[in-house]
Ligand binder design. Sequence first.
Ligand code: NAD
Length: 441
Amino acid sequence: MNNAQPNGDELSPTHIIAEQFARAKRHFDHLEPGLVDFLRLPQRTITVNVPVEMDDGRVANFVGYRVLHSDLLGPGKGGIRYHPEVSLAEVTALAALMTWKCSLVRIPFGGAKGGVTCDVKHLSRRELRRITRRFIASLGENIGPYTDIPAPDMYTNAQTMAWVYDTYDNMHPGENNLPVVTGKPLELGGSEGRDEATGRGAVFALERALALGIMPGREDIGGARVAIQGFGEVGRVAARLLAERGAHIIAVSDSRGGVLAENGDSLDLDAVAAHKAANGTVVGLPGSRSITNDDLLALPCDVLIPAALGGQIHSGNAEGVQARLIVEGANRPITPEADDILTARGIRVLPDILANAGGVTVSYYEWVQNIEHHSWPLEEINGRLRSRINAATDRVVTRWRAFPTDHPDGSPAMCTDLRTAALVEALERLALVVEQRGIWP
Ligand code: NAD
């Protein structure tokens, strides 16, 4: 496999999101330029500096961000990530992705994202709690059950969301504040099925897309060979659900590397999980062959699921991909340059705004349950999730099939892949709502 690295700009989230938007926009050139800018640019960006007392008595300053990309369809919705590389540019790009995702799956939310630049591996639980409280307090009225609703993201979890809720609730006593944040612990108004929702949604989207015939010769997942990059919340759940449906999970990986089933058949997923729990990595699983993450991306297989980081498939390695279909469990794992290479090679991609929309969908159900002071059983959540993901997949595939194969302007740059179809669906709905609402005043 060619492992040449792309230039740094190609991997920047700002570039990836801007290029994806530009490709979709070409499909409706009737929109006014001012309106296009409004749909593209964030509505509001907030940067806060928060001083936090550390366990050793020092005071450290942390920088936090919250970006509301759009509230056209409803309150902002999006995770809060804690990572050393969190920046305003990254948070802004990810907020746009949330706007498109919510629009595509027809959830009445806009898009938002937030984060604090920090390394959780070097912070104690008490320090993390103080950072979270001070960050949320600094955001003040810029988050709320009907304005902007955070959720977990990289290196934040249900515990972090419990602190978010508690902080907001202390600042707004006497109100039902549960819907201010989703991804909470079950005991604190969290929803059944939220932790598995993204992996499950990816499997639903894949099943539906196969049934609609996007991979000629294969109409269901039974017997398919699947490789999965990332064995976390998304990858692990997708692996289990696919194996239950008769797929062969031939390889999985984590940040330290991957494992390939020695016999060329299927990995024993219980053994993989036990090995990772005991050793902190899947690497070294008895009865498997160790491979690198680059090797995994180049394995011959039916379905490849990148479920780890952004920018994993790029111009330097897209030629080596041998999967027939890629399902984007992670956000923006494929660069636009790699999209072009994959499309030219006939490899189809179920895009992130469809394939990983299960998480935000069940977050929406959590919000509804909190507002209704009610909780739905798991079967109901999963049934609703399936119908919503199926309907979104149908819209994307129908739109994709309707793209002219020969565009009237003859432009070879006219993208007609599934990603562009999904984006056109999402953006068209947003543009329609702008027209219906009218420009204020
Ligand atoms: P997670 O932290 O539970 O798991 C991430 C996995 O990726 C881990 O197994 C980790 O070891 C692995 N990983 C990290 N660096 C890697 C590298 N360089 N190469 C290969 N593997 C690496 O995270 P998650 O919740 O499963 O999220 C995975 C992706 O899905 C992220 O891109 C996230 O933004 C996206 N996503 C998650 C959700 C959700 O609800 N969890 C929703 C939408 C999108």
